[in-house]
Design a protein around this ligand. Sequence first.
Ligand SMILES: C[S@@+](CC[C@H](N)C(=O)[O-])C[C@H]1O[C@@H](n2cnc3c(N)ncnc32)[C@H](O)[C@@H]1O
Length: 280
Amino acid sequence: MDFKHYLQVLKDNTPYDFSNYSDNSIKRRLQKVILDNGLTIDELLDKTQTDKGFVERLVEDITVNTTELFRDPEIWPQFYEKLYPALKGKKTFNIWHAGCSSGMEVYSNMIILNELGLLEQARIFATDISLGMVRQCTNGSYRYEFNKKQLSDFEDIIKKSPIQGISKIDFNKYFDFDLENDRINIKDFLKKKVEIRQHDLVQEKVPFYNKFDVIFCRNVLIYFNANLQSKIYQMFHNQLYPKGSMILGNHESLTGFYKTKFSKNGPLYTKTNVFHFKYQ
Ligand SMILES: C[S@@+](CC[C@H](N)C(=O)[O-])C[C@H]1O[C@@H](n2cnc3c(N)ncnc32)[C@H](O)[C@@H]1O
């Protein structure tokens, strides 16, 4: 199958445009969808044009949804070394998790904010292109056995590198552990505080009216080509308050023109001062 042609059909018939994702990952995943569903090319094209449910599942299957509670545990003390002084004096502040997957990054961050006494003044927003991920983020229910190691890894890290003096967290405050059914369930007070929406970063429209103090977009842009990455950096730059920060994944970094619009501040990229020139 001509893979570019298929992405064009998808773009023309659905809200989704994957034409500026890096080719290899999308191609491999698309081939897997075709195999798993036992589809001929004609059936694939037909379902893409007529079956909304199929398209939503396809979006979930061709994007990479891997995430973890306290992913890259050693990085969180470094984030908060920079973020805590910037956020602690504010009456309110806004944080956007763009590409939130099933929500583990969102809830991990909220737990840290609560431990630091900053959760009340925080407004938390989370978005993902995939409806399935938005639902999982809303439910906040995860497998226990599969995820328990992330919690103990994070405990080990903060023992050695406390986050603003916090070296221990009582996870029972944040999770209901249902070991019989192999579940970790996020408590309601955290779930109620997040505004979760389906949103596609590729579309021009911005999902919220407000600006942000922090935008987390970790392990998402790595799947986009350089042109699309630049478009998203511009959008994040517009959506950040002056001195607001963007946080990328551990293996992602700003390159080219946008390096001049953000300054590297430890693991954060902070929006540099914007000067307005008046034309006479
Ligand atoms: C690898 S996960 C990263 C999750 C989390 N940020 C983390 O680092 O653990 C990437 C997420 O980005 C989402 N995604 C991919 N393309 C997107 C787009 N165009 N707009 C919004 N989200 C997108 C995927 O659905 C997936 O849930």
